[in-house]
Design a protein around this ligand. Structure first.
Ligand SMILES: [Zn+2]
Length: 211
């Protein structure tokens, strides 16, 4: 349900399987950790969900903080931690826009890893040279210029592979299966910071400017 409607915060579901503190549901809007985006937290029938992951069969597994008080076949109400997820959605869109202008200013760099949670996105790129701070400030300026144009963001599934999705904002388009905003106006201003990623690697940290 997170792909069809990333703004969905709660849902009714049926418990399909329980193993220890792990719970599988017949439908869910909890986003499982993937593509560098952290898994959702929230509650199932009021019990805290501390993480959401894909199991080896690519089914979504919700991990509770304590032993489930319900059983297989029971109805359950799921509710994601919306404040956290919405921040993740804002930073996620910001990181795509950042990368577009990063490549425009520094030339294309090879992405070797990224991790996104409610505080920031950290993306690591191959680079023999330290990223120049003035050029990175230019990337930040260009990203904020685009964000403040209040542009619509579109996502859609691939025709042949429904789980493979695309993301588009203005001229920027890329494959992405994460949860996304409808408009850049929801992001607010962003700030960028450089960190070393070790030998031959540089990290760009994207976060929201006013928090
Ligand atoms: Zn994405």
């Amino acid at each position: 349900m997170y792909s069809e409607n990333p703004y969905k915060q709660s849902f009714e579901t049926v418990v399909e399987k329980i193993e220890g503190n792990n719970v599988w549901l017949d439908q869910t809007c909890f986003y499982p950790e993937s593509g560098g985006q952290a898994g959702d937290t929230g509650a199932l029938n009021g019990q805290r969900v501390v993480d959401t992951q894909f199991d080896p069969e690519k089914n979504i597994v919700h991990t509770l903080e304590s032993t489930p008080a319900f059983k297989v076949g029971d109805k359950a109400e799921g509710r994601i931690d919306w404040e956290r997820r919405y921040r993740i959605m804002r930073i996620h869109a910001a990181s795509h826009i950042m990368e577009h202008f990063l490549f425009e200013v520094f030339g294309p760099l090879k992405l070797t890893g990224s991790y996104l949670h409610e505080r920031h996105d950290k993306s690591t790129y191959e680079s023999e040279e330290r990223l120049d701070s003035e050029k990175l400030a230019e990337v930040e300026r260009k990203a904020n210029d685009l964000i403040t144009q209040n542009l619509p963001i579109e996502t859609w599934p691939d025709e042949d592979r429904p789980y493979f999705r695309y993301w588009k904002c203005g001229e920027i388009q890329m494959p992405c299966g994460g949860t996304h905003l409808k408009n850049t106006s929801e992001i607010g201003l962003i700030k960028l910071k450089r960190e070393t990623g070790g030998r031959g690697r540089e990290k760009v940290v994207t976060s929201l400017a006013n928090s």
